[in-house]
Ligand binder design. Structure first.
Ligand code: GDP
Length: 525
């Protein structure tokens, strides 16, 4: 691809994630977007997959049992003149780590809110990550076909609880059973929920933003309320400012119903107009890597094993930051300096995966991996070394001691552990003197998934002995004296061999720092 072509290809890309609290409607809206892209022919495909009846893999069993989305995948499709990459994010809070890293690989985010519930804890957490990155955030207030909270109240809550300015792009006319339509402020029209007596779906608004007075809707109090709210917001509300949207300071707000497919297409059209093309990335030397640089570079933000029993490999997900990916190309793995040929790659559609030959900055490519990659790794082609910034790490808070139930099956036990910890959802530690395996995670569910997968994928039955909550603190090996370890602070090594203490509680940590005032402890490595 020559430079102009690369430029044009990159400019077409829109890479984003949908963030929400579980049940707000992320799956339903994703499915609608895929329908617009012509990827799924029938509504219900993604849904069915989520409930387990579609994907029959063992791995999905745990999702079925828990009724939650554990895996996170990537979906690519064309819509209009854009190529869209949606990165799915698991909603359950025990998987927030996975989701946080996925958010490092997107250029913008769509926040779906249940309009009956408003902002829920998980929405807030995920929003904070997007805010920290300064990426544009677009809000979809969902489930308008049900009675929800007052729209003004919802917008106020956005501003107060999340600390972001909001600009409603449209406004509900009624709600639930009384839903008449949307006052489309952006396109200056009314969109009816049900066509009117003359068969119209769209009604134009005049200069003042009013419907022609002979339309029966003007008699409706919900219409008058909507016009009143719009006038109020026009005078006292925020102004639409593209720069503010681009820097994540102002969120355009859309109302609609994903289930009824109402307001979703308008949302997508406007979203694509303002959502950014792939952004430059900073590397650790503070150099700006531009997406249309001809040299290929990218980072691995996720590793996942055995999503499909027919492909029992691990897949490393790479966000391409610059240049073009070509199947079969050689890249350097920055961490080791090793040159690797990328001959086995895949891209994800909603219902199938297929081999990818070419991809450009903004795209996500899945690389079949036999153990080369770790989360956070940079890969690049050419001579110029690139190392992207570290991905956020989360200090585990919950710990279990793990052993193989069947001592004869040590080999599959070790293999399974080594492979699963590389995915990053659970961390592996070994105790100093006894070499016990200890796992740490952010949430309990991670352990359950681990146990389930060990059994199903590695045929290894794992016994987990809960150790409860601990505070993990790393110590400089130079300062370490094994005598510092006691019953209240277990001394362990992480996978890289770095020593750390697992403190029973804050009291134990304070007691330790009191006793060894010169020893520096750190929460993350
Ligand atoms: P997720 O957990 O965020 O992926 O949420 P889902 O898309 O699975 O939706 C959760 C539930 O809300 C499901 O029963 C959906 O059918 C329902 N739902 C989603 N969108 C709407 C909507 O616009 N209106 C109504 N009434 N229900 C919806």
């Amino acid at each position: 691809m020559n430079e102009t072509k690369l430029d044009q290809a990159v400019a077409k890309r829109r890479t984003f994630a949908i963030i929400s609290h579980p049940d707000a409607g992320k799956t339903t809206i994703t499915e609608q977007l895929l329908l617009f892209g012509g990827v799924v022919r029938e509504a219900g495909t993604v849904k069915a997959r989520k409930s387990g009846s579609y994907a029959k893999s063992d791995w999905m069993e745990i999702e079925k049992k828990r009724g939650i989305s554990v895996t996170s995948s990537v979906m690519q499709f064309d819509y209009g003149d854009k190529r869209i990459n949606i990165l799915d994010t698991p909603g359950h809070e025990d998987f927030s780590e996975d989701t946080y890293r996925t958010l490092m690989a997107v250029d913008s985010a769509v926040m779906v809110i249940d309009s009956a519930k408003g902002i829920e804890p998980q929405t807030k957490k995920l929003f904070q990550i997007c805010k920290m990155r300064g990426i544009p955030i677009f809000t979809f207030m969902n489930k308008l076909d049900r009675d929800g909270r007052e729209p003004l109240d919802l917008v106020n809550e956005l501003e107060e609880v999340l600390g972001i300015d909001a600009y409603p792009m449209n406004w509900p006319i009624g709600m639930g059973k009384g839903l008449q339509g949307l006052y489309d402020r952006y396109n200056k029209r009314i969109v009816l929920y049900r066509k009117d007596a003359d068969g119209n779906r769209y009604l134009p608004l005049d200069e003042e933003g009013h419907l022609s007075s002979d339309h029966p809707l003007t008699e409706d109090s919900t219409y008058r309320d909507a016009v009143g709210d719009m006038e109020l917001l026009g005078e006292a509300g925020n102004k639409f400012d593209e720069d503010q949207v681009a820097s994540g300071k102002l969120t355009p707000v859309f109302f609609g119903s994903a289930l009824a497919n109402f307001g979703v297409k308008t949302f997508l059209d406007i979203y694509l107009k303002y959502a950014p093309a792939p952004a430059p990335h900073k590397d650790r030397a503070d150099e700006i890597i531009k997406p249309d640089d001809s040299q290929f570079s990218g980072f691995i933000f996720k590793i996942q094993a055995n999503m499909n029993p027919n492909h029992r490999d691990r897949i490393a997900f790479v966000r391409i930051c610059s240049g073009e990916f070509d199947r079969g190309m050689d890249v350097t793995l920055q961490r080791t300096g090793k040159v690797i040929r990328l001959s086995n790659s895949t891209q994800f559609m909603a219902d199938a995966r297929h081999t990818v030959e070419k991809a450009v900055a903004g795209d996500i490519v899945g690389l079949y991996d036999t153990g080369n990659f770790q989360i956070g790794d940079t890969i690049y082609a050419g001579k110029h070394e690139v190392q992207f910034e570290k991905l956020p790490q989360f200090t585990p808070e919950l710990f279990v001691r793990v052993t193989a139930k069947n001592v004869m099956k040590q080999k599959s036990f070790h293999k399974g552990i080594q492979q699963l910890v590389q995915e990053g959802a659970v961390q592996l530690y070994t105790s100093y003197n006894t070499n016990d395996y200890i796992l740490g995670a952010v949430g309990q569910l991670q352990f359950e998934v681990f146990q389930f997968r060990m059994l199903n994928e590695y045929h290894s039955e794992v016994v987990m002995e809960p150790m409860g909550k601990k505070i993990a603190r790393w110590i400089d090996p130079e300062q370490l004296d094994e005598k510092m370890s006691s019953s209240r602070n277990l001394l362990v090594k992480d996978r890289a061999g770095n020593p750390l203490f697992l403190f029973e509680n804050e009291f134990a940590e304070r007691w330790f720092t009191g006793k060894y005032p010169d020893v520096k402890l750190t929460a993350k490595l």
